[in-house]
Each structure stands twice: as C-alpha cells, then as structure tokens.
Design a protein around this ligand. Structure first.
Ligand code: DGY
Length: 320
C-alpha cells in the first residue's frame, strides 16, 4: 500500500522526524529557511500533509494550488497568523498547532529579556569581554530592579500566565490586559485593566505576549509609548509587527524608554538595523520556545493531532 506523503518545510528535532517517518513518506525541503510560495508548491506537490513553522506563509494561493491532495497543515508553533485559516476551511484542509507545551519555555525567555534589559546584562557581559573593564564602580551600568515594580502583561493566555507566575517571584506587581478577564483562580493576585491604554500607564515592564493579530499591528506606537511610565522597559515575545519600530527606536534613543528586550521582529530575519546599533536593546533571534524538550513536545503534539484526526477524533490542537 502506498503511504501518504508529508512535506517538511523546516528540519524538526530528529525524534519528531523519526516519528513522522513511521506514518508518512517524508519529503524534506533543503536548508532551514522560509520558502517562497513557488518553493512550497514545488516541494509539497502530491503531499497530504505539510509541516510548517512560525513565520512560514501558507496563503490562499498555496492552499488552493495543493488541492486535491493536501488535507492537513501542521504548524510547529503556537502562533498561526502565517496560515490563511479561511482558505483552509474553504478547501477542507485541517490545521493543527502546538499550544501549551511551549508556555514555560517562552515565559523563561520573556523573563530573561526583562532581566537583561532592566539590569543591562548584555552590556555588562560585553564590557567584561572587551577587556576594557576598569574594575568595580559605584556608578557603572546602573539598571532597574524588579522588586516592587509593576509588570504590564498584554495577553494573559497560557504564556502570559506563566510569565506572571515567574515575575511574581521577583516581587513584581502583576497587571494585565486581555480579551477576557481571568477568573480569580487564574488571576492569582494580578490586576486586570479593561483597556490596553490603562495597562500601559502602569507598566514599568511592558511585556507583549498576545498572539499576532491584525488588530495588534503596530500596537506599540508613539501615542502609546507616551503613556508608559518614565524609564519603562519593553519586552516583545509576541510578533514583531506588534511594535512600531520607528516609535520604539526613537524612544530608546531619547531615553524615554529605558531599554527593550526583543525576541521577535518585523521582517525576520531582516530586523531593523537601527536596533543593532542601540546599546539599550537586548536582542535574541526568535528563540522563545527553543529548548530541546519543548521543540520535541511541539512537534509531537502536532503529529499526534494529525493522527488523532485521521482516526476520527477531535484533537484539542485542531484549529479548523
Ligand atoms: C510560536 O510558536 O509561534 C513561536 O513564535 C515560535 O516558537
């Protein structure tokens, strides 16, 4: 019996690739990068399943052109803003993603961004490595402490809640804005703000971790930065276009914003080069979920969702 084919756009952990290969004939794209629509069409032709990752566009034209064979798209990511779900619904293509299993890893990284930006970790390390450290000083590399300050979390889903739990351990007050107010049990002492603007006013550390949606496009613009407290720190683990780069860069240059910690960028990997020139920005290359265990769990969750659906079940990680 011929087996269905699965196209892997990006390499996955070997454990996940091996598991996929027990169910499908695997076709792999060369390299490890985002493919153009033409490359996806060429590689995925005749495939029943396509495995994609965050940022890989799967638009209507691609979904339509891969008919009638394409039946499922599995994205090894919690974000799915890169997939045209409406087109998938229309063409009967099921979509699976990987929520939940990456929340702790993403929250760890968000806290790393807060700490590095606030305590100038990257500048401190660079100073030591430069060989130019003059020795201890009372006025060197002064940063901002977490205790007693207020974190404003935009998007209090699983990742936001995991960030809140961690920051609470630093004695930081937790404030949040979310589409819905959480129940008291979920909230665990966090203060809800009905509007994003209200949240911004109290955000000494603004942590953007809401899913990338068209409504949040350039959310953090000049007007909103203007209402942040003086010396605020901005952290982004959501999607790059949640931030208006011109506005944030201006605020970082003028000192209106003390520092930023960024893991995601508009136009990845071609981030705005002005960020690289700024000392008060700590930059990581979209690695929030990048731990060995997490990436394994993400891949397996997606594969298992596809298999469960094939077996007639309704897996929780099915988007449509
Ligand atoms: C996601 O899962 O959407 C992240 O951006 C990548 O880990």
């Amino acid at each position: 019996m011929t087996r269905a084919k699965a196209f892997l756009i990006r390499p996955l952990p070997a454990t996940v690739e091996a598991a996929i290969a027990t169910h499908f004939d695997v076709v792999r794209a060369e390299g490890d990068r985002i493919l153009s629509a033409a490359e996806v069409l060429e590689g995925a032709r005749g495939c029943r399943v396509v495995f994609v990752s965050a940022m890989q566009p799967m638009g209507r034209e691609v979904i339509a052109a891969l008919q009638p064979e394409l039946k499922a798209v599995g994205t090894v990511s919690v974000g799915y803003n890169h997939i045209d779900l409406e087109a998938c619904r229309e063409y009967g293509v099921s979509v699976f993603y990987s929520p939940g299993v990456l929340s702790d890893a993403c929250a760890d990284l968000a806290v790393m961004l807060v700490l590095n930006a606030a305590r100038r970790g990257h500048e401190a390390e660079a100073l030591v490595r430069s060989g130019k450290w003059p020795g201890y000083s009372n006025v060197q590399l002064l940063g901002i402490g977490l205790t007693g300050r207020r974190a404003g979390i935009l998007g209090m889903g699983r990742i936001g809640q995991a960030i809140a739990a961690r920051l609470r351990g630093f004695g930081t007050e937790i404030h949040y804005h979310n589409r819905r107010q959480l129940s008291a049990a979920e909230e665990l002492g966090a203060t809800y703000h009905a509007s994003a603007e209200e949240l911004l006013r109290v955000s000494d550390f603004l942590v953007l971790c809401a899913p990338g949606t068209p409504e949040l496009h350039r959310f953090l613009n000049r007007e909103r930065i203007a209402v942040l407290p003086e010396n605020a720190v901005v952290v982004n683990v959501s999607r790059g276009d949640t931030v208006d780069d011109d506005a944030l860069i201006e605020a970082l240059k003028s000192g209106r914003v003390f520092a930023a910690g960024l893991d995601v960028y508009a136009n990845e990997p071609a981030l705005d080069p002005r960020y690289i020139e700024l000392e008060n920005v700590f930059l990581t290359p979209h690695i929030a979920s990048a731990t060995t265990d997490t990436r394994h769990a993400m891949g397996m969750l997606v594969l298992n969702g596809i298999l469960a659906h094939d077996a007639g079940e309704a897996p929780e990680n099915q988007l449509c």
